[in-house]
Ligand binder design. Sequence first.
Ligand code: ARG
Length: 667
Amino acid sequence: MEASFGAKGSCTMNILEELRVRFRPILAQLTSDPESYLKLLRPTQDERLGDYQADLAMPLAKALRRKPREIAEEIVAALDVADMAHPPEIAGPGFINFRLRDEYLEKCLQSLLDDRRLGVPPVEKAETIIIDYSAPNVAKPMHVGHIRSTVIGDAIYRTLRFVGHRVISDNHIGDWGTQFGMIIYGYRHFLDEDAYKKNPTAELARLYRLVRQLIDYQEAVQKIAELEGRLQAKERELAGVSSNQTSAAATKMEDKKRRELQEEIEELREELEELRRKRATVEDNPTLYEWAKAHPNIEQDVLQETAKLHAGDEENLRLWREFLPHSLDEMNRIYRRLGIRFDYTLGESFYHDRLGPLVEELVQKGLARESEGAICIFFPDIDTPMIIRKQDGAFLYATTDLATLRYRMETWNPDAILYVVDFRQSLHFRQLFAAARMMGYDRVKLVHVSFGTVLGEDGRPFKTREGDVVGLESLLDEAVRRAYQIVCANDDAKPTGPELSEEERRRIAEVVGIGALKYADLSQNRTSDYVFSYDKMLAMTGNTGTYMQYAYARIQNIFAKGGVDVTTLRKLDGPIHLKHPAERALGREILRFPEAIQLVLEDYRPNQLTGYLFSLANRFSTFYESCPVLQAADSEERQSRLLLCDLTARVIRQGLELLGIEVVNRM
Ligand code: ARG
């Protein structure tokens, strides 16, 4: 059974949507914009007031210059929801509250028993949607920042597919950038042949880090000199702010000035300290220091290698072709572990040949023009132009993105393209989208699904103690290591003794550790920065993946203990009874799954789903504490409760699957 039945008297799948269906014609009589008012129909905050509430009479009354209560009464009189809810109540100035009928809830739940979609209706019109996510710059080790794009993008991908869209994931990897110039340079000057033969990936990573370090060193040396000058100037300025003012106002001004200067000085000092640390790591190491002195122009030389690669230099191309598979192996190993796969991986290199002709064409069409030797696209409403060819002839990230966009339009003719990328690239995407419109792609929906930074517990960008960004792989290892400890401790503490073999413990730890990591990220409001904490993400209670997986395992445990065969159970047509308030609360929550999915897709926010799952698991907990299942009063009650357990488990499992998280039967 797949359909959402709108017909009166039957139960619908998305209850909130069904209420909206009933409201829509009535609102259409009152306003030309019913949709914006329909948004004000939502689940109640305070459950004592009912299940859903409509707060639309007040704003509507304001717009119509009428009394809100009168409007509310008019709406309620015209509304026919008798099959779903008790007569709506009007509270206060004009809030309309609904309490769903228990029989209606029971019937809806029963209809879920053989519904593989758990009530989520398929979209009426399937769209072609491309999602651009993960997209690391390969050959650099993947770091914590990549997890956000990867995990959020994957969850959106799965959810869009689930509701029936044609979704294409395209991993726009950075496989053509300066990092290859760095590795080529490193390979020519610092290669350890034996190490390369034994483990090419590791050796290439070492070369990348080494060259990066030497470049950073040269930059630090220059910048330190400059900052020291600025610091001195500020200190002199601070000393010059006199403190013998007569008027109170003047004193206040000076205090302010002094504070500002002190802050700036503090910032400069911190920055200097960081740079001096970078300088010291090289100078304290005799070999590194020798190399640094022997390669004073390393930065320019590396750029040179990259430029040669882009210009088609045979030898550099050969090296690039030799290195790339190793970088891809490394990347794919992490994806495998994360359970993530892409439909396409068309990286930057794929578009290289298209950049020159594209720029020519844009110039010819008058969409781009020369400015100070560079070719730029200017926009009427964005101050900064988009440079698409530099003075020296080099193309940029933006040029590649334009070529990519065109390719995607020509290949798949999508209805939408979603870019799951760090918020710091907002300007880039505003420009890209504006340029796309100018190129005539004005029907496709283009969205920058942006996200904030991953912070350490100190509130600063998440780094290792040495100041490096944390590698993704070590992050996974650490999460799994800690999950393993938790799994073992739980198992050892079981009243009848441990139940899990070593192998099971390891497998469960992998599922729990990776799940915790993903869930922690997904449960954040994606646009805020988020604080990374192993302890929080692996907590057994609270809004964590571990708690969700635990709730699932707990239900499987009930079935195991009661010798319940779920396949047979599911074949029953019910009945499901919601007699106890905790049963009703759980049942109603199960029926909200479609609403949660709808909210996720409204603004591409997986945290809408984690929030929902958390509330579902909490209701389950309350239900389980107050309603005996295996020891229910009679067999009908037992069966009804078992069915509620099973529906809960299925929703949790499906919900987690949409987030890319696995479940285990025991933990
Ligand atoms: N490789 C880029 C980076 O690491 C992200 C690419 C995102 N996708 C895109 N089409 N620009 O910053």
